[in-house]
Design a protein around this ligand. Structure first.
Ligand code: GRF
Length: 197
Protein backbone atom coordinates (compact mmCIF):
# COMPACT_ATOMS: atom_id res chain seq x y z
CA UNK A 1 0.00 0.00 0.00
CA UNK A 2 1.55 3.31 -1.12
CA UNK A 3 1.43 5.83 1.72
CA UNK A 4 0.84 9.28 0.22
CA UNK A 5 1.28 12.69 1.82
CA UNK A 6 -0.43 15.61 0.02
CA UNK A 7 0.86 19.17 0.47
CA UNK A 8 -1.66 21.92 -0.23
CA UNK A 9 -2.18 25.67 0.16
CA UNK A 10 -5.61 26.39 -1.28
CA UNK A 11 -9.01 25.01 -2.23
CA UNK A 12 -7.88 21.41 -2.57
CA UNK A 13 -9.75 20.38 -5.72
CA UNK A 14 -6.76 18.27 -6.78
CA UNK A 15 -6.70 16.67 -3.33
CA UNK A 16 -10.42 15.96 -3.73
CA UNK A 17 -9.76 14.36 -7.11
CA UNK A 18 -7.21 12.06 -5.45
CA UNK A 19 -9.54 11.12 -2.59
CA UNK A 20 -12.43 10.50 -4.99
CA UNK A 21 -10.21 8.39 -7.26
CA UNK A 22 -9.19 6.21 -4.31
CA UNK A 23 -12.83 5.81 -3.27
CA UNK A 24 -13.90 4.90 -6.82
CA UNK A 25 -11.03 2.48 -7.41
CA UNK A 26 -9.38 4.55 -10.14
CA UNK A 27 -6.39 4.64 -7.78
CA UNK A 28 -5.52 1.27 -6.23
CA UNK A 29 -2.89 0.23 -3.68
CA UNK A 30 -2.61 3.74 -2.25
CA UNK A 31 -3.88 5.73 0.73
CA UNK A 32 -3.58 9.38 1.72
CA UNK A 33 -1.92 9.25 5.14
CA UNK A 34 -1.78 13.00 5.77
CA UNK A 35 -2.58 16.38 4.25
CA UNK A 36 -0.25 19.22 5.23
CA UNK A 37 -0.92 22.89 4.49
CA UNK A 38 0.97 26.09 5.25
CA UNK A 39 -2.41 27.87 5.24
CA UNK A 40 -4.67 27.27 8.25
CA UNK A 41 -7.62 28.56 6.24
CA UNK A 42 -7.05 26.27 3.26
CA UNK A 43 -10.31 24.55 2.34
CA UNK A 44 -8.15 21.57 1.38
CA UNK A 45 -7.74 20.91 5.11
CA UNK A 46 -11.54 20.75 5.46
CA UNK A 47 -11.69 18.30 2.57
CA UNK A 48 -9.14 16.12 4.35
CA UNK A 49 -11.05 16.21 7.66
CA UNK A 50 -14.34 15.46 5.89
CA UNK A 51 -12.65 12.38 4.45
CA UNK A 52 -11.18 11.25 7.78
CA UNK A 53 -7.63 12.07 6.73
CA UNK A 54 -5.22 13.68 9.17
CA UNK A 55 -4.99 17.39 8.40
CA UNK A 56 -1.95 19.34 9.61
CA UNK A 57 -1.16 23.02 9.39
CA UNK A 58 2.58 23.69 9.33
CA UNK A 59 3.47 27.23 8.35
CA UNK A 60 6.77 29.13 8.18
CA UNK A 61 4.93 31.81 10.19
CA UNK A 62 4.92 29.44 13.19
CA UNK A 63 8.75 29.41 13.33
CA UNK A 64 11.44 31.97 14.12
CA UNK A 65 13.46 31.07 11.05
CA UNK A 66 12.87 29.31 7.72
CA UNK A 67 15.51 26.78 8.72
CA UNK A 68 13.43 25.79 11.75
CA UNK A 69 10.33 25.44 9.55
CA UNK A 70 12.27 23.37 7.02
CA UNK A 71 13.43 21.02 9.77
CA UNK A 72 9.91 20.75 11.20
CA UNK A 73 8.47 19.94 7.77
CA UNK A 74 11.03 17.18 7.14
CA UNK A 75 10.46 15.76 10.63
CA UNK A 76 6.70 15.82 10.10
CA UNK A 77 6.92 14.13 6.70
CA UNK A 78 9.23 11.45 8.08
CA UNK A 79 6.85 10.75 10.96
CA UNK A 80 4.16 9.51 8.53
CA UNK A 81 6.36 6.95 6.79
CA UNK A 82 5.46 8.27 3.35
CA UNK A 83 6.29 6.56 0.07
CA UNK A 84 5.14 9.50 -2.07
CA UNK A 85 4.73 13.24 -1.54
CA UNK A 86 2.23 15.01 -3.80
CA UNK A 87 2.35 18.80 -4.21
CA UNK A 88 -1.19 19.89 -5.08
CA UNK A 89 -1.09 23.66 -5.22
CA UNK A 90 1.54 23.93 -2.47
CA UNK A 91 3.02 27.41 -2.57
CA UNK A 92 5.94 27.01 -0.14
CA UNK A 93 9.44 26.27 -1.46
CA UNK A 94 10.30 22.62 -0.77
CA UNK A 95 13.44 22.51 1.41
CA UNK A 96 16.50 21.01 -0.32
CA UNK A 97 16.80 18.45 2.51
CA UNK A 98 13.28 17.17 1.70
CA UNK A 99 14.07 16.97 -2.03
CA UNK A 100 17.28 15.09 -1.28
CA UNK A 101 15.71 12.61 1.13
CA UNK A 102 12.62 11.99 -1.05
CA UNK A 103 14.30 12.26 -4.45
CA UNK A 104 12.20 10.53 -7.07
CA UNK A 105 9.25 10.35 -4.65
CA UNK A 106 7.86 13.90 -4.89
CA UNK A 107 5.47 14.84 -7.70
CA UNK A 108 3.79 18.13 -8.62
CA UNK A 109 0.82 19.15 -10.76
CA UNK A 110 1.39 22.23 -12.90
CA UNK A 111 -1.43 23.87 -14.90
CA UNK A 112 0.37 24.13 -18.26
CA UNK A 113 2.17 21.95 -20.78
CA UNK A 114 5.72 22.28 -19.40
CA UNK A 115 8.07 23.78 -20.66
CA UNK A 116 5.51 26.44 -21.55
CA UNK A 117 4.38 28.90 -18.89
CA UNK A 118 6.31 27.45 -15.97
CA UNK A 119 9.09 28.47 -13.60
CA UNK A 120 9.38 31.48 -11.33
CA UNK A 121 6.21 33.59 -11.22
CA UNK A 122 4.04 31.05 -13.08
CA UNK A 123 1.48 29.72 -10.60
CA UNK A 124 -2.30 29.63 -10.25
CA UNK A 125 -4.20 32.08 -12.45
CA UNK A 126 -0.99 33.72 -13.69
CA UNK A 127 -0.29 30.62 -15.78
CA UNK A 128 -3.58 30.94 -17.65
CA UNK A 129 -3.24 34.70 -18.02
CA UNK A 130 0.12 34.13 -19.72
CA UNK A 131 -1.31 31.43 -22.01
CA UNK A 132 -4.15 33.72 -23.12
CA UNK A 133 -1.74 36.64 -23.51
CA UNK A 134 0.48 34.52 -25.79
CA UNK A 135 -2.51 33.35 -27.76
CA UNK A 136 -1.86 29.60 -27.57
CA UNK A 137 -4.68 27.40 -28.93
CA UNK A 138 -3.73 24.40 -26.83
CA UNK A 139 -2.71 24.35 -23.19
CA UNK A 140 -3.10 21.69 -20.50
CA UNK A 141 -1.49 20.27 -17.38
CA UNK A 142 1.67 18.41 -16.44
CA UNK A 143 2.57 16.01 -13.63
CA UNK A 144 6.33 15.93 -13.04
CA UNK A 145 8.87 14.79 -10.49
CA UNK A 146 10.15 17.57 -8.25
CA UNK A 147 13.84 18.44 -8.20
CA UNK A 148 15.77 21.47 -6.97
CA UNK A 149 14.49 23.60 -9.80
CA UNK A 150 11.08 25.22 -10.32
CA UNK A 151 8.79 22.96 -12.42
CA UNK A 152 11.99 21.43 -13.88
CA UNK A 153 11.92 17.75 -12.90
CA UNK A 154 11.26 14.81 -15.28
CA UNK A 155 7.78 14.88 -16.82
CA UNK A 156 5.48 11.97 -15.92
CA UNK A 157 2.16 12.73 -17.64
CA UNK A 158 0.65 15.58 -19.66
CA UNK A 159 -2.87 16.21 -20.97
CA UNK A 160 -3.82 18.83 -23.56
CA UNK A 161 -6.83 21.14 -23.28
CA UNK A 162 -8.28 23.44 -25.96
CA UNK A 163 -8.26 27.19 -25.48
CA UNK A 164 -11.61 28.53 -26.72
CA UNK A 165 -12.51 31.97 -28.12
CA UNK A 166 -13.57 34.31 -25.35
CA UNK A 167 -11.88 32.30 -22.60
CA UNK A 168 -11.09 34.27 -19.50
CA UNK A 169 -8.27 33.13 -17.19
CA UNK A 170 -10.81 31.77 -14.68
CA UNK A 171 -12.80 29.89 -17.33
CA UNK A 172 -9.61 28.41 -18.79
CA UNK A 173 -8.30 27.48 -15.33
CA UNK A 174 -11.50 25.58 -14.57
CA UNK A 175 -11.37 23.70 -17.89
CA UNK A 176 -7.71 22.76 -17.35
CA UNK A 177 -8.53 21.53 -13.85
CA UNK A 178 -11.59 19.52 -14.92
CA UNK A 179 -10.23 18.07 -18.16
CA UNK A 180 -6.56 17.64 -17.24
CA UNK A 181 -5.39 18.14 -13.66
CA UNK A 182 -8.06 16.05 -11.98
CA UNK A 183 -7.40 13.27 -14.53
CA UNK A 184 -3.61 13.00 -14.75
CA UNK A 185 -2.72 13.56 -11.09
CA UNK A 186 -4.76 10.56 -9.89
CA UNK A 187 -3.54 8.61 -12.93
CA UNK A 188 0.10 9.30 -12.03
CA UNK A 189 -0.44 8.25 -8.41
CA UNK A 190 -2.10 5.01 -9.53
CA UNK A 191 0.80 4.29 -11.91
CA UNK A 192 3.34 4.84 -9.11
CA UNK A 193 1.28 2.79 -6.63
CA UNK A 194 1.22 -0.11 -9.10
CA UNK A 195 4.87 0.03 -10.11
CA UNK A 196 4.30 1.39 -13.63
CA UNK A 197 6.74 4.28 -13.07
C1 GRF B 1 -4.09 24.08 -9.39
O1 GRF B 1 -4.43 24.95 -10.44
C2 GRF B 1 -2.77 23.42 -9.68
O2 GRF B 1 -2.52 23.23 -11.04
C3 GRF B 1 -1.80 24.41 -9.14
O3 GRF B 1 -2.41 24.97 -7.99
C4 GRF B 1 -3.81 24.86 -8.10
C5 GRF B 1 -4.30 24.13 -6.90
O4 GRF B 1 -5.68 24.10 -6.91
N1 GRF B 1 -0.55 23.76 -8.81
P1 GRF B 1 -6.43 23.20 -5.80
O5 GRF B 1 -5.98 23.70 -4.44
O6 GRF B 1 -6.02 21.77 -6.03
O7 GRF B 1 -7.88 23.44 -6.07
Amino acid sequence: MLRVGVLVSGGGTNLQAILDAIDSGRITNAEVAVVISNNAGAYALERAKNHGVEAVCLSPKQFETREKFNHALLTSLDSYGLDLIVLAGYLVTIPPAVIEKYRGRIINIHPSLIPSFCGVGYYGLKVHEAALQRGVKITGATVHFVDEGMDSGPIILQKAVEVLPGDTPKVLQQRVMEQAEWVILPQAIDMIANGLI
